[in-house]
Design a protein around this ligand. Structure first.
Ligand code: KG4
Ligand code: ZN
Length: 336
């Protein structure tokens, strides 16, 4: 089956073709980063309007490059939630209508499930059960995975998501949006010993996380040392990155110890962080992660997650449905 995947939940328009026999055929991504950069974060209305403008040309370009036509498609998958409701509606409307016009099935995909499954694209030897850390701009979750759609929440952030903490801290430091890559870049020339920020919620048992206190510690340090020169910024960025990375590594090790599951998956935008990947490779060598481009938002993960469900016979009805909030443990397991 050849499945078209469409992602428009936030500030990336992503489209991809996934073949259930041949794997990932092609993908295209348009990032709205430049559009939102001057506001220091995503402006939902601008995001929706830009998705509307970009989605059709992106689709045409994808099909041309892959030398396929709309008539070759066997199904359409689109992100149905969670995300910005106006942005989601663009992909959902295009995806659902296209499928209706072509007389093929459509399926609304859960964005975080797609992140979670992305590291499995092209990987055949990972069988559930396994544990996963999902760290994106909107979510930080630790999940037990017993199969597609069979997720048990083991821990989550009680306040900011890890990516959100990166974004807010970058803003405090006068760094660009999105904050994760900007902090990682600045931290490269940072002195690791100059500042030390807390590793929140690591001194008590459990897998829940919290990042808002860390943000406050960073803000206090920024105020104490303002105006910051380039080295101050780099040193604070390094201390912040180390604090988030070490906190996540502690939680991941604790998850493996608590569940007895050795295979561990990390996914979502923050999983693109090089220091996090390097530390997990040292501490939990069986960690599996997608290439950085498949960690941040993309159409390939939507095509893949949708393909698994469509191949199992799942289909949406004709209504165009999106959900801004959608707890992942409300999903149904894959039939069969
Ligand atoms: O998964 P994603 O692309 O979108 C959401 O579903 O939210 O994640 C975006 C988040 C942003 O907060 C961004 O700052 C963060 O992932 N991020 C990173 C890195 N690349 C993206 N955080 C740390 N290090 C990175 N290299
Ligand atoms: Zn995402």
């Amino acid at each position: 089956m050849l499945i078209l995947g469409i992602e428009t939940s936030c500030d990336e328009t992503g489209v991809a073709l996934y073949d259930t026999d041949a794997g990932l055929v092609a993908e295209s991504l348009y990032s709205q980063v430049d559009l939102h950069a001057r506001y220091g974060g995503v402006v939902p209305e601008l995001a929706s309007r830009d998705h509307i403008q970009k989605i059709s040309p992106l689709l045409t370009e994808l099909l041309d490059r892959a030398e396929r036509r709309l008539a070759d498609l066997d199904g359409v998958a689109f992100t149905a939630g969670p995300g910005l409701v106006g942005a989601l509606l663009v992909g959902a409307t295009v995806g659902r209508s296209l499928a209706y016009g072509l007389g093929i099935p459509a399926i609304g995909v859960h964005h975080m499930e797609a992140h979670l499954l992305a590291p499995l694209i092209g990987v055949d030897d990972l069988e559930p059960p396994f544990a996963a850390l999902l760290v994106s701009g909107g979510h930080s979750q630790i999940v037990r995975v017993d199969g597609v759609g069979r997720y048990t929440m083991l821990g989550e952030s009680l306040d900011d998501a890890a990516g959100e903490a990166f974004d807010k801290t970058a803003k405090m430091l006068g760094l660009s949006y999105p904050g994760g890559p900007a902090i990682a870049r600045a931290a490269e020339s940072g002195n690791p010993g100059r500042f030390r920020f807390p590793r929140p919620m690591t001194d008590r048992p459990g897998l829940d996380m919290s990042f808002s206190g860390l943000k406050t510690s960073t803000l206090n340090t920024v105020r104490e040392h303002s105006p910051l020169d380039e080295q101050d910024t780099a040193d604070i960025a390094r201390a912040f990155e180390d604090a988030v990375v070490e906190t996540l590594v502690i939680k991941c090790k604790r998850t493996v110890a608590a569940t007895g599951l050795e295979d561990f998956v990390i996914a979502g935008g923050v999983a693109a962080n090089r220091r996090l990947r390097a530390r997990l490779a040292e501490e939990l060598p069986r960690t599996i992660y997608a290439p950085p481009a498949l960690c941040t938002d993309n159409g390939a993960m939507i095509a893949y997650a949708g393909a698994l469900r469509l191949a199992a016979g799942e289909r949406d009805d004709l209504a165009i449905k999106t959900r801004a909030r959608w707890p992942m443990d409300e999903l149904d397991g894959l039939v069969g």
